[in-house]
Design a protein around this ligand. Structure first.
Ligand code: NAD
Ligand code: MG
Length: 389
């Protein structure tokens, strides 16, 4: 029996993870499940899978969670500290699938117990890549990528020498507005941005896909995960979302990972690694699909993408600032305070303002300094948003 915990269990990645666990219940012992406001889902899954503890991020929902779990013997808890405590419970495999920078701390704590970390929360590596790597090295923890592109690259690198890698290409669907005129994109609503042509994901990552902030985060994640130079990373628009990434080697070979747009592949790969096991995903019929198309992203349509290379060049805390400003800009867009294309302006202005402070950028990276920088970047972005409202 493997002991597993799922952070962000009620979300899109979390539910896909539970789907795989349910198909093979006898192999897993569920330790902790965490969620947010969806108490019925959290309680249902905790009872169904016999979890030790269920935690909601919201302290004001603790009573609801307790009521939903009463008589089951399952512990109920609430708040960020309770999530951190749950991450300290011994487990063999932990899924990090909370959305946003809030996912960093539980992941670090889980790693420090020695659990294998299945990392969907890309914000962890963007915000504090150095700290994540140091924590993993200190405790001998394995980190397995769950982002589909990074899982694809990871699979393409098995048995290879990273020194023979020339480039890593990650693909982007182009998001909800890939065929819209630029003037229309400026007027796009959160509701329009929250529909994805190929993938079924949480609201925030879906909007980030339309703006390509998601791809910008993934470019930085690629650098942090595989240790390649920024100039070795490339993004290709691939509307079919079937080739997830390509690894280019120094002999001219390109290894492409092709698979259906179903996160259960990447999650299942991380769950069963180093083995491969049968997964309930579609088998692609390439003859029926007929053709795959690729094109270079148009920088005018996706200003967020360019910022990824700025962030990597600045280094240090720039990723933390970038992510925190992006989270604030996204909140403001969802609240109809700023337009779709304003998000990149807000993030760039925040980055420019704070990157001028070299003490801030080059501060020693600890959980405390990361939290302080994250807080400052959110405050700065909020001020910049206010001047635009
Ligand atoms: P989601 O919005 O569907 O779910 C997010 C989960 O996090 C929920 O359980 C929610 O309750 C919880 N949560 C939200 N805010 C929280 C907070 N402040 N503290 C604690 N818990 C909180 O998101 P998702 O689409 O499942 O994405 C989760 C992570 O995985 C993100 O980092 C995303 O970028 C990454 N990811 C998602 C996909 C996908 O297909 N959905 C693909 C690749 C990577
Ligand atoms: Mg991805």
């Amino acid at each position: 029996m493997r002991r597993v915990s799922i952070f962000g269990a009620t979300g899109s990645i979390g539910q896909n993870t539970l789907d795989l666990i349910r198909r093979d219940r006898t192999s897993y012992d569920v330790v902790a499940l965490t969620g947010g406001a969806n108490i019925p889902q959290l309680a249902h899954d905790a009872i169904d899978l016999g979890a030790e503890i269920a935690v909601t991020a919201y302290p004001n929902r603790l009573e609801d969670l307790r009521a939903a779990l009463s008589g089951t013997g399952i512990e109920a808890a609430a708040g960020a500290e309770a999530i951190a405590d749950a991450a300290a419970r011994p487990a063999d495999w932990v899924m990090s699938a909370i959305v946003g920078a809030a996912g960093l701390e539980p992941g670090l704590i889980a790693m420090s117990t020695g659990a294998t970390l299945a990392l969907a929360n890309k914000e962890s590596l963007v915000t504090a890549g150095d700290l994540v790597h140091r924590t993993a090295a200190k405790h001998g923890t394995e980190i397995l990528p769950v982002d589909s592109e990074h899982s694809a690259v990871f699979q393409g690198l098995i048995g290879e020498d990273i020194a023979s890698v020339e480039r890593i290409t990650i693909t982007a669907s182009g998001g909800a507005f890939r065929d819209w005129p630029l003037e229309e994109m400026a007027k796009a609503t959160p509701e329009q941005a929250a529909t994805h042509p190929n993938w079924d994901m949480g609201q925030r990552i879906t909007i980030d896909s339309a703006s390509m902030f998601n791809k910008a985060l993934e470019v930085i994640e690629t650098k942090e995960f595989f240790g390649v130079a920024p100039r070795q990373i490339e993004v290709l628009v691939h509307p079919e979302s079937l080739v997830h990434a390509l690894v280019g080697f120094n002999d001219g070979a390109l290894m492409a990972h092709v698979g259906p747009p179903d996160m259960r592949h990447a999650i299942g790969f991380a769950l069963h690694y180093p083995d491969r096991k049968d997964l309930p995903v579609e088998r692609l019929d390439l003859a029926r699909i007929g053709q795959l198309t690729f094109k270079a992203p148009n920088p005018d349509r996706y200003p967020a993408l360019r910022l990824a290379w700025d962030v990597m060049e600045i280094g240090g805390m720039a990723g933390c600032i970038f992510n925190a400003a992006k989270e604030k800009a996204l909140d403001a867009f969802i609240d109809h305070q700023i337009g779709f294309l304003d998000m990149a302006d807000v993030v760039e202005a925040t980055l420019n303002k704070l990157a001028a402070d070299s003490c801030l950028i080059n501060a020693e990276m600890t959980l405390d300094t990361v939290k302080q920088t994250d807080h400052l970047a959110r405050k700065t972005a909020t001020e910049i948003i206010a001047t635009r409202g």
